[in-house]
Design a protein around this ligand. Structure first.
Ligand SMILES: [Zn+2]
Length: 97
């Protein structure tokens, strides 16, 4: 799969129609769903400058007790921090390239 624009100007993964516009190409949503518990939606985005991004939205069911819910939130933020840091390291320019 190539990320270069096709003959019609879209990338080959672009969802076209209403998803694509305002200088951005956007893929269809890729959904991970654990019914009643958690859901993650990922969209691949290419901006007008040519930079590509993964846009992720996460929804997680929280415990009914406040203390447990807060503990979950702390854990979730730690996991997201780890994920974002790892992705940022992988995306950084390498010397000599
Ligand atoms: Zn497009």
């Amino acid at each position: 799969m190539t990320a270069r624009p096709g003959r019609d100007g879209h990338t080959d993964w672009c969802g076209r129609d209403h998803r694509c516009g305002l200088g951005e190409h956007r893929s269809e949503e890729i959904v991970i769903d654990l019914p009643g518990r958690a859901r993650a939606v990922l969209v691949r985005v290419r901006t007008a400058t040519g930079r590509e991004h993964a846009e992720v939205r996460v929804r997680v069911a929280l415990a009914s007790r406040e203390v447990a819910a807060r503990r979950q939130l702390v854990g979730l933020l730690g996991d997201l921090r780890h994920t974002v840091t790892r992705a940022a390291i992988a995306a950084r320019p390498r010397p000599g390239r």
